[in-house]
Design a protein around this ligand. Structure first.
Ligand SMILES: NC(=O)c1ccc[n+]([C@@H]2O[C@H](COP(=O)([O-])OP(=O)(O)OC[C@H]3O[C@@H](n4cnc5c(N)ncnc54)[C@H](OP(=O)(O)O)[C@@H]3O)[C@@H](O)[C@H]2O)c1
Length: 251
């Protein structure tokens, strides 16, 4: 487990991300949607990816209705393993925007929280594919374009509880430890380049996955998802690399 630090207080200026382009996976999920809106609010053009086109359309409309820069939609299933499909995705981004300034890996498949003995092989593999393998492959194919930016970031999302290698966190827990290792390894490889690689941990926020991992807990701070997304934008802008940033001190 990597040492974590609080997200540093940092003022985000209006339109600070104007003309910058960010790809958000899992844009239809709790954190992905809030992050897409927070990035767009800061002036960024956001490429929304996910599997559910009607949910992506609703988010597109929300961003347009708010008067933020027009986003783009690229439906993409992260269960795909063919590298050519990932390369095609980045070619589409290059053709449309000619740049990419960041990648936020907000997509996640939780699988089964329970003992290792109860983990179905197919479900285990799906969790590792969506949470780890697809994130690694997508980062790989995005790197050449990210490296052309003056400051680019890759942000991986971990989980305050699942990362602790405790009993019953199953494939999801293993995927979170793996993703943190990947983020730090990538940061080491990218040292001295314009691309940073960091981890963001939302903590105790009112997110769909949190409600599954901690059923019955209802004392979330109001606006906790929105605040986590604003915090994530600060991580996207961080000049530091190889850091695990935690939003919530409550775990
Ligand atoms: N305690 C903590 O620190 C904590 C608490 C909560 C969450 N988190 C982390 O925060 C992140 C987001 O959580 P959340 O609650 O926002 O998740 P969520 O609402 O369940 O959203 C997951 C997203 O991933 C997408 N996705 C799943 N499988 C996919 C696939 N095969 N291809 C493409 N997209 C796929 C979903 O798309 P569809 O709409 O198509 O299903 C959805 O947009 C996760 O990494 C989670 O571990 C951490």
């Amino acid at each position: 487990m990597n040492k974590t630090v609080a997200v540093p207080p940092q003022e985000i200026k209006e339109n600070q991300l104007k003309d910058r382009v960010y790809l958000v996976t899992g844009a239809t999920g709790g954190l992905g949607k809030a992050t897409s809106l927070a990035l767009a609010k800061t002036g960024a053009t956001v490429i929304l990816t996910g599997r559910n086109e009607s949910k992506l359309d609703v988010l597109y409309d929300d961003i347009e209705a708010a008067g933020y820069p027009t986003p783009a939609i690229i439906p993409f299933d992260l269960e795909q393993i063919d590298e050519d499909n990932y390369k095609q995705l980045i070619h589409s981004i290059y053709n449309e925007f000619k740049r990419l300034d960041g990648l936020v890996h907000a997509a996640c498949h939780i699988g089964v929280i329970g003992p290792i003995g109860s983990q179905e092989s197919s479900e285990w593999q799906k969790v590792q594919q969506v949470n780890v393998n697809a994130a690694a492959l997508l980062s790989k194919v995005c790197l050449p374009l990210l490296q052309q930016s003056e400051h680019a970031s890759i942000t991986f999302i971990s989980d305050s509880s699942a990362r602790q290698s405790k009993a019953y966190w199953g494939a999801y827990g293993v995927s979170k430890v793996s993703i943190e290792s990947l983020a730090v390894m990538l940061a080491d490889e990218l040292e001295g380049t314009a691309v940073v690689s960091n981890v963001f941990i939302p903590g105790a926020c009112e997110l769909p996955i949190r409600k599954k991992t901690h059923p019955g807990v209802e004392n979330y701070q109001p606006n906790s998802t929105h605040e986590a997304a604003e915090s994530l934008v600060k991580v996207v802008l961080s000049p530091e690399s190889g850091v695990c940033y935690s939003h919530s001190v409550n775990g």
